[in-house]
Design a protein around this ligand. Structure first.
Ligand SMILES: O=C(O)CCC(=O)C(=O)O
Length: 337
């Protein structure tokens, strides 16, 4: 069992919530930048979006008509750190690379042991030099109600139980129990994760639904149901966040999104890597098109003084992602649809 309470909760439940990590001025700056960016994306002037009706990347790029008003139906905006976004990118960069988010990420990415690898590596605290820039996107209210199917981010629905166990890094002994959700083996993943993913809410958010503990076991029969949009599965839990709350979750927890078009949603959806993960993370990160612009990211707007420390951290994390991109080649896509 990990010694850090946060790591222990992530290992057993598959998610952990931290309340009110943003101060009022940071929250208000982020809301303003998020509103401008969302309006720009809906008007077709930001190409990197998640379009309603499609769950997984790649998403089509809107082609605005110069003569008529364009309205793009979106449920997400991608690439918040892309310098082409203009001044908003610096506001988002302060949140992504700042201590509030990365303090929690570093704790979650630290380790008490080598996670079962048996090579004696990877023990200890996670330092700034270990961090790798990954994704920073935003999930927003669609114009019409929209749902995502139940999924794990990096394991296809078609995976057999054996494949699922291998991808999740859980012992095959789980298979020998009658009901995997009741297994003694359940509840703690053996393999160390070299990344962590989060939703940071700028408005009250109840869109994410998870099945606690499901990251550490194969799907039960009930979870292998033919209806990927099954409205209720045993043990499901709606994640309630207030503005400034953040949920870190294992991206292979069984989860879905249910979006109510009458409720404002602007939740920053990010992931942070550890250098130990390198190639294994390449597909998850680079399938979102980040490789096309990450080497152009310029964090000069983060300034000097105290911000200089954050800027240096940002540049180091960016450089480690650029290196990962160079080494990885064509990575393909995790899921389709
Ligand atoms: O809307 C959410 O919080 C979940 C998004 C999600 O499941 C995904 O991006 O894969």
């Amino acid at each position: 069992m990990p010694t850090s309470p946060l790591r222990a909760e992530l290992a057993t439940q598959g998610f952990t919530i931290q309340r009110a990590i943003l101060g009022p001025s940071e929250l208000s700056a982020l809301r303003e930048a998020a509103a401008r960016t969302t309006a720009r994306a809906r008007s077709g002037r930001w190409p990197d979006v998640r379009t309603v009706g499609k769950q997984f990347p790649p998403w089509p790029k809107p082609k605005p008509d110069a003569d008529t008003d364009t309205h793009v139906p979106i449920w997400g905006v991608q690439g918040l750190l892309n310098r082409d976004l203009g001044p908003e990118a610096a506001v988002f960069a302060r949140a992504y690379f700042g201590d509030a988010v990365l303090g929690v990420a570093r704790e979650l990415l630290g380790a008490d042991d080598d996670g079962g690898a048996g090579d004696g590596k990877g023990i200890g605290e996670c330092r700034d030099e270990d961090l790798v820039m990954e994704l920073f996107n935003m999930l927003v209210r669609p114009d019409t109600d929209f749902e995502l199917e139940w999924h794990r981010d990096d394991v296809p629905r078609s995976a057999s139980v054996e494949e699922e166990c291998a991808r999740l890094g859980i012992p095959l002994s789980v298979l020998r129990t009658e009901d995997p959700s009741q297994s003694q083996e359940k509840g703690e993943k053996r393999k160390r994760d070299f990344h962590t993913q989060y939703n940071l809410a700028l408005y009250p958010d109840s869109s994410l639904i998870v099945i606690p503990g499901s990251h550490a076991r194969p799907r039960t029969e009930a979870e292998r149901v033919p209806d990927p949009y099954a409205p209720a599965l045993p043990g499901q839990l709606v994640v309630y966040l207030e503005p400034g709350d953040i949920v870190f979750y294992d991206n292979n927890i069984l989860h879905r999104g249910v979006y109510d078009c009458t409720k404002e949603r602007m939740s920053l959806h990010g992931s942070v890597g550890h250098v130990g993960g390198a190639r294994a993370r390449a597909r998850n990160v680079l399938q979102h098109g980040v490789g096309g612009w990450v080497d152009q990211c310029d964090f000069a707007a983060l300034g000097g003084g105290e911000d200089g420390r954050i800027r240096r951290r940002a540049e180091g994390m960016r450089d480690r992602l650029v290196k990962l991109g160079r080494e990885s080649g064509d990575v393909g896509f995790s899921l389709t649809g």
